[in-house]
Design a protein around this ligand. Structure first.
Ligand code: IMP
Ligand code: MG
Length: 196
């Protein structure tokens, strides 16, 4: 039976969403992540940092970042969901999966995909600091130009980005496009039957 190629899912257009213009290429991402890993390697020499990734968005970044760190590191993950609209953070965060490891006296690096408003980050920092780590720093791949967090808590960051909704390299819209190797701006098609 001949396969119907027209029915094959398109990696760049899914339903109303198109992962359109590339904001950060795969090659640029790899180089930037490598540089962040080298910075962390130098800063944590003689220590064993514990990378805490925020699922799901940070998984790909954390995977590449960890391989760019030339030290013994440990991993843990937490999953959070923010109440309210799916693309707008309310700042009220629910822990869906908590950490397995004890943070007491550990050098913790919180690894995030994107700091948008920063409300999620502010919540997570408070939550993790209450567990008495020896230190806590933040490593975010993307940071919005108009974020609302104290600049001094953003220790490691990949890129400053504008307010477009972004996908790829772990970031999703409705769970799509996380596997793209680059970061793209999403375009949403207007429904044909919608009122003008
Ligand atoms: P914040 O609490 O407003 O900083 O929201 C942060 C979270 O919102 C991120 O960890 C992402 O999960 C999600 N988010 C914000 N902007 C985007 C985007 O452009 N693409 C995909 N997810 C996003
Ligand atoms: Mg996230």
């Amino acid at each position: 039976m001949a396969s119907d190629l027209s029915a094959a899912p398109d990696p760049l257009t899914v339903g109303r969403y198109t992962a359109a213009s590339v904001l950060v290429s795969a090659a640029d991402l790899q180089a930037r992540v490598q540089a962040l890993g080298e910075e962390i390697t130098a800063d944590y020499a003689g220590r064993e940092p514990l990378l805490v990734g925020v699922l799901k968005g940070a998984f790909m970044f954390m995977s590449d970042l960890a391989r760019a760190i030339d030290l013994s590191v440990e991993f843990d993950f937490m999953a959070v969901s923010s109440y309210g609209h799916s693309t707008r953070s309310s700042g009220v965060v629910r822990i869906v999966k908590d950490l397995d490891l004890d943070l007491a006296d550990r050098d913790v690096i919180l690894v995030e995909d994107i700091i948008d408003s920063g409300l999620t980050l502010n919540y997570l920092r408070r939550n993790l600091l209450a567990r008495n780590p020896a230190s806590l720093e933040v490593c975010a791949l993307l940071v919005r130009e108009n974020h609302k967090v104290d600049e001094s808590i953003l220790r490691y960051e990949g890129y400053r980005v504008p307010s477009d909704f972004l996908v790829g390299y772990g970031l999703d819209v409705d769970e799509k496009f996380r596997n793209l190797p680059d970061i793209r701006v999403v375009e949403v098609a207007v429904e044909e039957d919608s009122a003008a």
